[in-house]
Unconditional design. Structure first.
Length: 425
């Protein structure tokens, strides 16, 4: 572990380096080529022509800052985390949470596997209970039929694992769901699963009748879970009293849905930033995470005090991400971000994201419990305000100091600070 901590020392003060120095350091540490550096640093890293191939009705592109959060040790491996986000406190908080976790070995992670659920909905099914039995009796034949449309994923070691039918009572009567469990390996899986469902549905209809309705994957990926755990030393949590405060904040999220929504948002702040940087379907992951929280009626993270008095944190979260397929082949920046993390598989990617979510949530809880979230945000917000006011880089720190001291973090405050600095020369 000492070697890991020594490796992290090089990132101390990373945020103080000039932009060019940071780029050079990332180039060296992630072994990026000159071409890759030019892709992520040019104005508009996504060419308009490429954007037109990725999406519909394209008229331009929009940019976000691409940052790196250092200090993460995941399963013993130092990992750089690329984040595309406009909020500086998210990057700072993730880095700090990871740095404190590194003192006890960093994050230990795991992954349940890349199994996704696909649903075929049948309405107006006569004698529905017997039709459910008929599906179970013909399960092998249905799977064999479905496999005809799963050859692409079978080449990568995936494919259809199982199917199960169930009856759902709805406002429009009983309906029959046939659910397929598919191993999508390193793909996110939506296109693969939807293709299978759309093609096998007519065959199932010949067995049970009824009307075919939905044929689509579920974003509640309960068979595709990522796990992460970490320990934070008592002295880094404000002592025993600080840990008690953090645990009280977490307990409220477990019991109150209004607090839970914001608690879980504190998990997704960091995860979404990485998903965006890596060209993922962040809406799908968001939907899955919040649905899973409702499904288990609790927060995405859990915390407890261990026998040594330190804070233990854990996250379990659905993580449907891919390192192949989709628009990844066209998105060079996303490919470079995956390279920066040093990952090749969806399993590795999902585990990194779980660690990021846990670090982010710990940092938010710690700030809320010990100092209030606004204090930590304000200095970073003040820097944005000063930049927006056109303050020169050489004067920004003094302007920030003035605005915070005078509780006037605004464009007008920045201008007033500049005026006073000029008068006091």
């Amino acid at each position: 572990m000492q070697n890991d901590l020594n490796d992290l020392e090089k990132w101390s003060g990373f945020y103080k380096l000039s932009l060019q120095q940071r780029i050079e350091m990332i180039k060296k540490e992630a072994n990026l080529t000159e071409e890759e550096i030019s892709i992520i640093t040019r104005k508009g890293p996504l060419d308009l022509e490429v954007a037109d191939k990725i999406s519909e009705n394209v008229i331009g592109t929009i940019g976000l800052p691409l940052s790196v959060a250092p200090n993460f040790i995941i399963n013993g491996r130092p990992t750089l985390i690329p984040m595309a986000i406009e909020e500086p406190s998210v990057v700072a908080a993730a880095s700090h949470g990871a740095k404190l976790a590194a003192k006890t070995g960093g994050f230990k992670t795991n992954y349940s596997g890349s199994l996704m659920i696909g649903q075929i909905q049948f309405s107006d099914v006569e004698d529905i209970e017997n039709k459910l039995k008929k599906i179970n009796e013909n399960k092998t034949q249905i799977i064999q039929q479905a496999k005809k449309f799963a050859t692409n994923i079978e080449k990568y070691g995936g494919g259809i694992v199982d199917l199960s039918p169930r009856i759902v009572n709805t406002a429009r009567g009983k309906m029959l769901l046939v659910e397929f469990l598919v191993n999508v390996v390193d793909a996110m899986g939506a296109n693969i699963i939807n293709t299978i469902l759309e093609n096998v549905a007519p065959y199932i209809q010949t067995l049970i009748g009824g009307k075919i309705r939905l044929r689509i994957l579920s974003n509640l990926a309960t068979y595709r879970l990522a796990y992460a755990t970490a320990i934070w030393k008592k002295e880094d949590c404000g002592g025993e009293e600080g840990i008690e405060a953090i645990l009280d904040c977490w307990a409220l999220a477990m019991s109150d849905p209004f607090r839970r929504a914001t608690h879980n948002k504190g998990v997704m702040n960091g995860i979404d930033a990485v998903l965006l940087a890596c060209g993922q379907d962040w809406r799908a992951v968001e939907a899955g995470a919040h649905s899973y929280s409702c499904f288990k009626n609790g927060a995405l993270t859990s915390f407890q005090k261990n026998h040594e008095g330190d804070l233990e944190g854990k996250i379990i979260i659905p993580m449907a991400v891919g390192t192949i397929g989709g628009s990844l082949s066209l998105n060079k920046t996303a490919q470079i971000c995956l390279k920066i993390m040093g990952i090749k598989t969806a399993a590795e990617f999902a585990q990194v994201l779980a660690a990021v979510g846990l670090a982010q949530n710990f940092a938010a809880l710690r700030a809320l419990a010990l100092e209030g979230i606004q204090k930590g945000h304000m200095k970073l917000h003040a820097r944005n305000v000063a930049a927006a006011a056109g303050v020169e880089e050489s004067k920004i720190d003094k302007v920030i100091e003035w605005m915070i001291k005078n509780s006037n973090v605004s464009i007008e405050g920045a201008k007033k600070a500049l005026q006073e600095l000029e008068e006091n020369k």
